[in-house]
Design a protein around this ligand. Structure first.
Ligand code: NAD
Length: 253
């Protein structure tokens, strides 16, 4: 099935676990995928070694830098003629309580996870408006919906992404641009592993993971990628402003 044949997709944070898996899934269904990351070296090496490398264009971009974001978006539109899908996936997780979080860490966490969504959308939406068609999928988290202790800035940033998604869905509905957000639970990527390692490793954490995520395991990056693709596809043509939990039941309890 090639649901995205002829479509142009941008995925941010594509050197990481969920971004890479998502980019690969879009390419496997026919899309031309512009992938970007701060870590452009690793991304370029991955693209160069990929069996479908002609389906990717890689960019080294810091998604909180307006000029760099605009240059990438304009270049994608110039090279490939359109922008159908934007996946605002890039993010960082720096967790601590309010009293333990420095102002600098607060600013960086909030900026990377929220301003990135604002900037990439700001420059991509005008191309979607010209087409009267587009889909944006933002990266939230269970922590955008339920809080955890010692995650002040991360929880605040993901809550902001959930609400920004709803605002954008309303602002651009008349342009036939749909905007949705996926909220993953614990997914097996470098980000989750860092926090699992801090708590004694996967073996030690398994009982807790089983308690929190009733399906009893970490999710895979591909499981999140497939949810993103669904929201970006015509299968979701009447879905906008939606919060899709991809969390193994975490928030059902
Ligand atoms: P990851 O660390 O493997 O990937 C994140 C990627 O974003 C990295 O490649 C990093 O270089 C890139 N990035 C960070 N700041 C950037 C910037 N300023 N400009 C460009 N690229 C930047 O982590 P992941 O688990 O794949 O996370 C992807 C997204 O999913 C994040 O937004 C994260 O908050 C969210 N998320 C992850 C989990 C999980 O359990 N892994 C759960 C919920 C939500």
């Amino acid at each position: 099935m090639e649901r995205f044949l002829g479509q142009v997709v941008i995925v941010t944070g594509a050197a990481g676990g969920i971004g890479r898996a998502t980019a690969e899934l879009f390419a496997s269904e026919g899309a031309q995928v512009a992938v970007c990351d701060l870590n452009g070296k690793e991304l370029a090496a991955w693209v160069a070694a990929h069996p479908q490398k002609e389906r990717f264009a890689d960019y080294t971009v810091d998604v909180i830098k307006p000029a760099a974001v605009q240059a990438m978006v304009d270049d994608v539109a110039r090279r490939f003629g359109r922008i159908d899908v934007l996946v605002n996936n890039a993010g960082i997780e720096d967790t601590d309580s309010v009293t333990e979080t420095s102002e600098e860490r607060w600013d960086r966490q909030i900026t990377v996870n929220t301003k990135s969504v604002f900037l990439c959308s700001k420059y991509a939406i005008p191309y979607m408006q010209k087409q009267s068609k587009g889909a944006i999928v933002n990266m939230g988290s269970i922590e955008g919906v339920v809080a955890e202790p010692n995650g002040a800035a991360y929880v605040a940033s993901k809550g902001a992404v959930v609400m920004l998604t709803k605002e954008m869905a309303l602002s651009y509905a008349r342009d036939q641009i749909r905007v949705n957000v996926v909220c993953p639970g614990w997914i097996d990527t470098a980000m989750a592993r860092r926090s699992i390692d801090k708590h004694g490793g996967l073996e030690a954490m398994l009982p807790e993971i089983r308690r929190l995520q009733p399906l009893g395991r970490l999710g895979t990056p591909q499981e999140v990628g497939r949810a993103i693709m669904f929201l970006a596809s015509d299968d979701a043509s009447f879905i906008t402003g939606n919060v899709l939990m991809v969390d193994g039941g975490y928030t059902a309890q």
